[in-house]
Design a protein around this ligand. Structure first.
Ligand code: SAM
Length: 320
Protein backbone atom coordinates (compact mmCIF):
# COMPACT_ATOMS: atom_id res chain seq x y z
CA UNK A 1 0.00 0.00 0.00
CA UNK A 2 1.49 3.24 -1.11
CA UNK A 3 1.03 5.24 2.11
CA UNK A 4 2.64 2.66 4.37
CA UNK A 5 5.92 3.68 5.98
CA UNK A 6 7.86 2.24 8.87
CA UNK A 7 6.91 5.11 11.19
CA UNK A 8 3.33 5.56 10.09
CA UNK A 9 0.98 5.61 13.10
CA UNK A 10 -1.67 3.90 10.98
CA UNK A 11 -1.35 2.08 7.65
CA UNK A 12 -4.08 3.17 5.26
CA UNK A 13 -6.01 0.25 3.83
CA UNK A 14 -6.63 -0.18 0.07
CA UNK A 15 -5.18 3.28 -0.60
CA UNK A 16 -4.36 2.75 -4.30
CA UNK A 17 -7.81 1.31 -4.92
CA UNK A 18 -9.52 4.21 -3.11
CA UNK A 19 -7.65 6.74 -5.27
CA UNK A 20 -8.49 4.86 -8.47
CA UNK A 21 -12.19 4.92 -7.54
CA UNK A 22 -12.41 8.49 -6.26
CA UNK A 23 -10.29 9.78 -9.17
CA UNK A 24 -9.36 13.08 -7.44
CA UNK A 25 -8.56 15.98 -9.78
CA UNK A 26 -7.09 19.47 -9.36
CA UNK A 27 -9.74 21.93 -8.25
CA UNK A 28 -11.92 19.18 -6.78
CA UNK A 29 -13.38 19.29 -3.27
CA UNK A 30 -13.36 16.06 -1.26
CA UNK A 31 -14.55 15.04 2.16
CA UNK A 32 -12.72 12.40 4.19
CA UNK A 33 -15.27 11.55 6.90
CA UNK A 34 -12.80 9.38 8.85
CA UNK A 35 -9.57 11.34 8.65
CA UNK A 36 -7.63 9.18 11.16
CA UNK A 37 -3.90 9.67 10.60
CA UNK A 38 -4.64 11.38 7.28
CA UNK A 39 -3.16 8.63 5.07
CA UNK A 40 -6.01 8.52 2.55
CA UNK A 41 -6.31 12.30 2.64
CA UNK A 42 -2.59 12.61 1.83
CA UNK A 43 -3.17 10.53 -1.28
CA UNK A 44 -6.23 12.57 -2.30
CA UNK A 45 -4.23 15.79 -1.90
CA UNK A 46 -1.37 14.35 -3.94
CA UNK A 47 -3.69 13.23 -6.75
CA UNK A 48 -5.57 16.55 -6.80
CA UNK A 49 -2.51 18.84 -6.51
CA UNK A 50 -2.06 21.72 -6.66
CA UNK A 51 -5.58 22.98 -6.01
CA UNK A 52 -7.73 20.08 -4.71
CA UNK A 53 -9.13 20.53 -1.20
CA UNK A 54 -10.15 18.09 1.52
CA UNK A 55 -12.58 18.55 4.36
CA UNK A 56 -11.15 16.11 6.93
CA UNK A 57 -13.49 15.06 9.68
CA UNK A 58 -12.93 12.85 12.73
CA UNK A 59 -14.72 12.27 16.02
CA UNK A 60 -11.39 11.98 17.73
CA UNK A 61 -9.48 15.21 18.36
CA UNK A 62 -6.26 13.23 18.78
CA UNK A 63 -6.62 11.98 15.19
CA UNK A 64 -7.06 15.53 13.88
CA UNK A 65 -3.85 16.67 15.61
CA UNK A 66 -1.86 13.67 14.30
CA UNK A 67 -3.20 14.10 10.76
CA UNK A 68 -2.38 17.82 10.76
CA UNK A 69 1.20 17.12 11.75
CA UNK A 70 1.66 14.22 9.32
CA UNK A 71 0.26 16.14 6.37
CA UNK A 72 2.86 18.91 6.77
CA UNK A 73 2.54 21.71 4.23
CA UNK A 74 -0.25 19.85 2.39
CA UNK A 75 -2.43 20.54 5.46
CA UNK A 76 -2.93 24.04 3.97
CA UNK A 77 -5.44 22.46 1.59
CA UNK A 78 -7.32 20.68 4.39
CA UNK A 79 -10.12 21.99 6.57
CA UNK A 80 -10.12 20.00 9.82
CA UNK A 81 -13.49 19.31 11.43
CA UNK A 82 -14.02 17.72 14.83
CA UNK A 83 -17.28 15.82 14.56
CA UNK A 84 -19.04 12.77 13.21
CA UNK A 85 -19.55 11.92 9.56
CA UNK A 86 -23.17 11.43 10.62
CA UNK A 87 -23.39 15.25 10.51
CA UNK A 88 -21.43 15.64 7.29
CA UNK A 89 -24.23 17.74 5.75
CA UNK A 90 -24.08 20.21 8.64
CA UNK A 91 -20.27 20.33 8.59
CA UNK A 92 -20.18 21.06 4.84
CA UNK A 93 -23.03 23.56 4.88
CA UNK A 94 -21.41 25.30 7.87
CA UNK A 95 -18.34 25.81 5.68
CA UNK A 96 -20.49 27.17 2.85
CA UNK A 97 -20.04 23.99 0.76
CA UNK A 98 -23.17 22.67 -0.96
CA UNK A 99 -21.65 19.63 -2.61
CA UNK A 100 -18.35 17.77 -3.01
CA UNK A 101 -16.67 15.75 -5.75
CA UNK A 102 -15.85 12.80 -3.51
CA UNK A 103 -16.71 11.35 -0.13
CA UNK A 104 -14.65 8.73 1.69
CA UNK A 105 -15.31 6.63 4.79
CA UNK A 106 -12.74 4.20 6.19
CA UNK A 107 -14.73 2.79 9.09
CA UNK A 108 -13.70 1.48 12.49
CA UNK A 109 -10.83 2.40 14.77
CA UNK A 110 -7.29 3.40 13.90
CA UNK A 111 -4.10 1.73 15.08
CA UNK A 112 -3.36 4.85 17.15
CA UNK A 113 -6.60 4.42 19.06
CA UNK A 114 -5.95 0.68 19.57
CA UNK A 115 -2.39 1.28 20.73
CA UNK A 116 -3.23 3.83 23.44
CA UNK A 117 -4.05 1.87 26.57
CA UNK A 118 -5.95 4.78 28.13
CA UNK A 119 -8.51 4.66 25.31
CA UNK A 120 -9.57 1.17 26.41
CA UNK A 121 -9.93 -0.40 22.93
CA UNK A 122 -7.31 -3.09 23.44
CA UNK A 123 -7.63 -6.41 25.23
CA UNK A 124 -3.83 -6.68 25.18
CA UNK A 125 -3.09 -3.65 27.34
CA UNK A 126 -4.47 -2.60 30.69
CA UNK A 127 -6.65 0.51 30.55
CA UNK A 128 -10.06 1.82 31.53
CA UNK A 129 -13.06 0.08 29.90
CA UNK A 130 -13.79 3.12 27.77
CA UNK A 131 -13.76 2.57 23.95
CA UNK A 132 -15.22 5.97 23.01
CA UNK A 133 -13.87 7.36 19.74
CA UNK A 134 -14.75 10.80 21.04
CA UNK A 135 -13.71 10.71 24.70
CA UNK A 136 -15.31 14.12 25.26
CA UNK A 137 -18.83 12.73 25.14
CA UNK A 138 -21.13 9.74 25.61
CA UNK A 139 -20.95 6.74 27.90
CA UNK A 140 -17.99 4.40 28.27
CA UNK A 141 -18.16 0.66 27.59
CA UNK A 142 -18.20 0.01 31.34
CA UNK A 143 -21.15 2.37 31.82
CA UNK A 144 -22.89 0.64 28.92
CA UNK A 145 -22.37 -2.83 30.45
CA UNK A 146 -23.73 -1.48 33.72
CA UNK A 147 -26.80 0.16 32.14
CA UNK A 148 -27.91 -2.65 29.81
CA UNK A 149 -29.93 -5.61 31.00
CA UNK A 150 -28.27 -9.00 30.66
CA UNK A 151 -30.47 -9.77 27.65
CA UNK A 152 -29.67 -6.46 25.94
CA UNK A 153 -25.96 -7.05 26.50
CA UNK A 154 -26.28 -10.56 25.08
CA UNK A 155 -27.94 -9.16 21.92
CA UNK A 156 -25.16 -6.58 21.44
CA UNK A 157 -22.44 -9.22 21.80
CA UNK A 158 -24.30 -11.64 19.53
CA UNK A 159 -25.23 -9.20 16.75
CA UNK A 160 -22.42 -6.64 16.76
CA UNK A 161 -19.70 -8.97 18.02
CA UNK A 162 -20.92 -12.12 16.22
CA UNK A 163 -20.03 -13.87 19.50
CA UNK A 164 -21.31 -17.44 19.85
CA UNK A 165 -21.06 -17.41 23.64
CA UNK A 166 -22.84 -14.09 24.07
CA UNK A 167 -25.32 -15.40 26.65
CA UNK A 168 -22.65 -16.78 28.95
CA UNK A 169 -20.46 -13.73 28.55
CA UNK A 170 -23.32 -11.29 29.22
CA UNK A 171 -24.23 -13.19 32.40
CA UNK A 172 -20.64 -13.16 33.61
CA UNK A 173 -20.07 -9.47 32.80
CA UNK A 174 -23.24 -8.37 34.58
CA UNK A 175 -22.23 -10.40 37.66
CA UNK A 176 -18.68 -9.00 37.60
CA UNK A 177 -19.87 -5.42 37.27
CA UNK A 178 -22.28 -5.88 40.21
CA UNK A 179 -19.44 -7.21 42.33
CA UNK A 180 -17.16 -4.39 41.19
CA UNK A 181 -14.70 -6.89 39.67
CA UNK A 182 -14.70 -5.28 36.24
CA UNK A 183 -12.28 -2.38 36.40
CA UNK A 184 -9.87 -2.64 33.50
CA UNK A 185 -9.71 -3.95 29.94
CA UNK A 186 -7.67 -6.90 31.22
CA UNK A 187 -10.40 -7.78 33.77
CA UNK A 188 -12.85 -7.68 30.87
CA UNK A 189 -10.65 -9.81 28.61
CA UNK A 190 -10.09 -12.39 31.40
CA UNK A 191 -13.81 -12.58 32.20
CA UNK A 192 -14.65 -13.18 28.54
CA UNK A 193 -11.88 -15.72 28.11
CA UNK A 194 -13.21 -17.70 31.09
CA UNK A 195 -16.56 -18.11 29.26
CA UNK A 196 -15.03 -19.69 26.15
CA UNK A 197 -14.31 -23.44 26.06
CA UNK A 198 -10.58 -24.22 26.30
CA UNK A 199 -10.59 -26.39 23.17
CA UNK A 200 -11.98 -23.56 21.07
CA UNK A 201 -9.48 -21.10 22.49
CA UNK A 202 -6.61 -23.41 21.50
CA UNK A 203 -7.88 -23.73 17.94
CA UNK A 204 -8.85 -20.10 17.38
CA UNK A 205 -6.61 -17.69 15.46
CA UNK A 206 -8.06 -14.69 17.30
CA UNK A 207 -7.94 -13.64 20.96
CA UNK A 208 -11.00 -14.94 22.86
CA UNK A 209 -12.08 -11.38 23.72
CA UNK A 210 -11.90 -10.02 20.15
CA UNK A 211 -15.59 -10.38 19.39
CA UNK A 212 -16.80 -9.01 22.72
CA UNK A 213 -14.55 -5.94 22.40
CA UNK A 214 -15.79 -5.40 18.84
CA UNK A 215 -19.45 -5.66 19.86
CA UNK A 216 -19.04 -3.25 22.76
CA UNK A 217 -17.05 -0.76 20.65
CA UNK A 218 -19.71 -0.73 17.92
CA UNK A 219 -22.44 -0.15 20.51
CA UNK A 220 -20.57 2.52 22.49
CA UNK A 221 -19.90 4.52 19.33
CA UNK A 222 -23.29 3.87 17.68
CA UNK A 223 -21.28 2.86 14.62
CA UNK A 224 -24.08 1.29 12.61
CA UNK A 225 -26.59 4.07 13.35
CA UNK A 226 -24.02 6.65 12.24
CA UNK A 227 -23.36 4.78 9.01
CA UNK A 228 -27.08 4.35 8.38
CA UNK A 229 -27.66 8.08 8.69
CA UNK A 230 -24.70 8.89 6.44
CA UNK A 231 -26.05 6.50 3.80
CA UNK A 232 -29.41 8.26 3.89
CA UNK A 233 -27.92 11.68 3.06
CA UNK A 234 -24.62 11.31 1.21
CA UNK A 235 -26.04 11.30 -2.35
CA UNK A 236 -27.49 14.79 -1.84
CA UNK A 237 -24.01 16.06 -0.96
CA UNK A 238 -22.33 14.78 -4.12
CA UNK A 239 -21.88 17.04 -7.13
CA UNK A 240 -23.05 15.54 -10.45
CA UNK A 241 -20.44 12.90 -11.34
CA UNK A 242 -19.19 12.90 -7.73
CA UNK A 243 -18.07 9.63 -6.14
CA UNK A 244 -18.37 7.96 -2.77
CA UNK A 245 -16.07 5.19 -1.49
CA UNK A 246 -16.60 3.26 1.73
CA UNK A 247 -14.27 0.74 3.39
CA UNK A 248 -16.00 -1.48 5.94
CA UNK A 249 -14.65 -4.15 8.26
CA UNK A 250 -17.83 -5.80 9.51
CA UNK A 251 -20.39 -7.82 7.54
CA UNK A 252 -23.28 -5.72 8.91
CA UNK A 253 -21.63 -2.52 7.66
CA UNK A 254 -20.83 -3.99 4.27
CA UNK A 255 -24.39 -5.22 3.85
CA UNK A 256 -25.75 -1.72 4.58
CA UNK A 257 -23.40 -0.12 2.05
CA UNK A 258 -24.16 -2.75 -0.60
CA UNK A 259 -27.94 -2.32 -0.23
CA UNK A 260 -27.78 1.45 -0.23
CA UNK A 261 -25.63 1.65 -3.39
CA UNK A 262 -27.91 -0.89 -5.10
CA UNK A 263 -31.08 1.04 -4.11
CA UNK A 264 -29.69 4.33 -5.41
CA UNK A 265 -29.19 2.64 -8.80
CA UNK A 266 -32.77 1.34 -8.96
CA UNK A 267 -35.55 2.84 -11.04
CA UNK A 268 -39.26 2.11 -11.39
CA UNK A 269 -40.38 -0.73 -13.64
CA UNK A 270 -43.34 1.41 -14.74
CA UNK A 271 -43.25 3.45 -17.96
CA UNK A 272 -41.86 6.94 -17.16
CA UNK A 273 -45.23 8.77 -17.25
CA UNK A 274 -46.81 6.29 -14.84
CA UNK A 275 -43.72 6.17 -12.67
CA UNK A 276 -43.85 9.96 -12.29
CA UNK A 277 -47.56 9.84 -11.41
CA UNK A 278 -46.86 7.13 -8.83
CA UNK A 279 -43.99 9.17 -7.38
CA UNK A 280 -41.49 6.46 -8.34
CA UNK A 281 -37.96 7.10 -9.53
CA UNK A 282 -37.51 7.39 -13.30
CA UNK A 283 -33.76 8.05 -13.37
CA UNK A 284 -31.21 6.33 -11.14
CA UNK A 285 -29.39 8.55 -8.64
CA UNK A 286 -26.05 6.73 -8.57
CA UNK A 287 -24.35 3.91 -10.38
CA UNK A 288 -22.17 1.39 -8.53
CA UNK A 289 -18.48 1.53 -9.47
CA UNK A 290 -17.79 -1.82 -7.83
CA UNK A 291 -19.87 -4.89 -8.68
CA UNK A 292 -18.25 -6.89 -5.92
CA UNK A 293 -16.37 -5.42 -2.97
CA UNK A 294 -12.68 -4.81 -3.55
CA UNK A 295 -10.49 -6.78 -1.12
CA UNK A 296 -6.87 -6.34 -0.10
CA UNK A 297 -4.26 -8.33 -2.00
CA UNK A 298 -2.22 -11.01 -0.22
CA UNK A 299 0.72 -8.62 -0.47
CA UNK A 300 -1.14 -5.88 1.42
CA UNK A 301 -2.41 -8.36 4.03
CA UNK A 302 1.21 -9.40 4.66
CA UNK A 303 2.15 -5.79 5.42
CA UNK A 304 -1.07 -4.81 7.21
CA UNK A 305 -3.06 -7.56 8.91
CA UNK A 306 -5.94 -5.14 9.50
CA UNK A 307 -6.63 -5.08 5.75
CA UNK A 308 -7.65 -8.77 5.84
CA UNK A 309 -11.30 -8.00 6.59
CA UNK A 310 -11.57 -4.74 4.60
CA UNK A 311 -14.22 -4.42 1.88
CA UNK A 312 -14.28 -1.41 -0.40
CA UNK A 313 -17.34 -0.35 -2.38
CA UNK A 314 -17.92 2.81 -4.40
CA UNK A 315 -20.61 4.52 -6.43
CA UNK A 316 -20.90 7.57 -8.66
CA UNK A 317 -23.69 10.12 -8.86
CA UNK A 318 -25.15 10.58 -12.29
CA UNK A 319 -24.13 13.79 -14.00
CA UNK A 320 -27.64 15.34 -13.86
C1 SAM B 1 -9.62 3.44 10.23
S1 SAM B 1 -9.36 5.01 10.86
C2 SAM B 1 -9.13 6.01 9.42
C3 SAM B 1 -7.73 6.00 8.91
C4 SAM B 1 -7.48 6.93 7.75
N1 SAM B 1 -8.29 6.61 6.61
C5 SAM B 1 -6.03 6.95 7.38
O1 SAM B 1 -5.70 6.60 6.23
O2 SAM B 1 -5.19 7.32 8.21
C6 SAM B 1 -10.94 5.47 11.33
C7 SAM B 1 -11.05 6.85 11.93
O3 SAM B 1 -12.41 7.23 11.81
C8 SAM B 1 -12.84 7.86 12.98
N2 SAM B 1 -14.28 7.66 13.04
C9 SAM B 1 -14.94 6.52 13.23
N3 SAM B 1 -16.27 6.73 13.20
C10 SAM B 1 -16.43 8.04 12.95
C11 SAM B 1 -17.56 8.89 12.77
N4 SAM B 1 -18.80 8.42 12.88
N5 SAM B 1 -17.35 10.17 12.48
C12 SAM B 1 -16.09 10.68 12.37
N6 SAM B 1 -14.98 9.94 12.56
C13 SAM B 1 -15.15 8.64 12.83
C14 SAM B 1 -12.04 7.22 14.09
O4 SAM B 1 -11.94 8.08 15.19
C15 SAM B 1 -10.71 6.94 13.41
O5 SAM B 1 -9.82 8.01 13.63
Amino acid sequence: MATSTQNAPHLSVLADEVIALLAPRPGGVYCDGTLGAGGHTARILEASAPSGRVIGCDRDEMALAIAKERLGSAADRVTFVHGSFEDVDKHLHGLGIESVDGLLLDLGVSSMQLDLRERGFSFMQEGPIDMRMDPSQGETALELIDRLTERELMIILRDYGEERFSKRIAERLKADVREDKLRTTLDLADAVSACIPAKLKQKSRIHPATRTFQGLRIAVNRELAQLEHFLSIFDKLLSPGGRCAIISFHSLEDRMVKRCFRDLAKTSNLPPDLARQAGERVDPICTPLTRKPILATEEEIQINARSRSAKLRACQKFAA
